[in-house]
Write a protein that binds this ligand. Sequence first.
Ligand code: ZN
Length: 541
Amino acid sequence: MGGDEAALDIPEVEPVAISEDTMKDVTRILSSDAFEGRMPGTIGEEKTIALLTERFAAAGLKPGNGDSWLQEVPLIEITGKNFAPLTITNGDTDLVYDFGDEWVGVTYREDAKTTLANSELVFVGYGINAPERGWNDYESVDVKGKTVVILVNDPDWQTEGLDGPFGGKAMTYYGRWTYKYEEAARQGAAGALIVHDTAPASYGWNVVESSWSGAQAYAQRGDNAPPLTQMNGWVQKDVAREILQAAGQDLDALSEAAKQKGFEAVPLGMTASTSFESDFRSFTSNNIIGILPGSEAPDEYVLHTAHWDHLGRCTPAPDGDDICNGAVDNATGTAALVALAEAHAKAGPPRRSLVFLAVTAEESGLLGAYYYAANPVYPLDRTVGGINMDAFQVAGPAKDVTVVGPGKSQLDRFLDAALKADGRVATANPKPEAGYYYRSDHFAFAKEGVPMLYIDGGEDLVEGGRAAGAAVAADYTENRYHGPKDEYDPNWDWSGVMADLQLFYRIGRSMAMSTSWPNWNEGDEFRGVRDEACAASEAGC
Ligand SMILES: [Zn+2]
């Protein structure tokens, strides 16, 4: 994936004082028990809004949505019930599968009753349509009203290195289940069933079963929302094997064939039927937005994003503590919006506007970020790019920062300039196969074409090196992450956080002082969307 070496205007940035007291105060207050874990739609949201708007205003920001600091995000919770079995038939033999153990399915539509009746089954390999890679698994087949059977991950996931049409072992967006359902819907499919397989999915069937049963939260859909299938689901690998066998096919052989460019989808000569009902609950949450208007190009925007929400009350710890305070995740990132806003305002407005966006419902699936990206307050073709912050590392200074999804866009060159100025280095995402770039808020913007950086704290600690950094990360994952003990600790060493903030300040400032419009690198999966948006835009990117 060759980088695009076109000249870019990357202005040098003076270092600035960023307030450690702001980081401490805002993190401590947001993660206090009084905020009850900042679940969207609760008292914790009201308190978060009050605190952030007060601090944004005091920093010198203007309300980011007309006269308001808020963008309302209408959410809906859909809970499926009364699932009929999934029945597959070729006219002679019926194969019948139970919900939960063997398959799961949900609807994203607001339909009280979902019925899939004798929908023809088509095996579509990895279910990918990637024009920039000359790859279209749907090319030879019309799947309108049919049910597609799709492999998880992307065709070269078993490669050792990072070379291949889909980034080798690194997961591209084409490997994520969200993409597969979206593409199936664009193709007009009635149903989409992904074949679960533990290794390429990177989680077991138990995770699929638990996260796809019970209430699912979504952002409510606007009028221009993209199409939806009637039903999206997963089947166990053995179930898929049995279905294909009954169709006279072999799962392993088809999986091999699907790795080759030019693979043709295979109609299975069988149909799928099932039905279920859904309950709905609507409620409203909010994205919180402040802006520092630019001095020369106020209608060009640079984003800083962080999710303010967390999990609320949750499974209690042994001591009975049932508030998931979300101190690191993501009171730190939210506090960082305030600290960066203060620093930029103090330095005076740069030429472009800086937007500080605290999004809601990340923990339910990036819902606030998706909603903003679908209903942007500032046009996306006037949005230069941005940086997302999700969970800082509070164990002292690191020599490096972790760059999640490096090599995707020209924003890397703003990052490189800032790293150089600060005498620090980047560690490229250590687990590319997990596809972390596609799992936090920046992704919602990337998907709509806006170049976004996602940078995490480093693991090469000044004291203790990589071993110490890995131990800190492991301790957090095991004992605190998404649990009641992700709590504020007055003994944290903030010096590493402050160094990371200096870096984020430099990157954001430089982008806001620049006259360039950095793009995705040639061949990146988001390049086409951006190029199209920019070509259609009058004043834009
Ligand atoms: Zn988070």
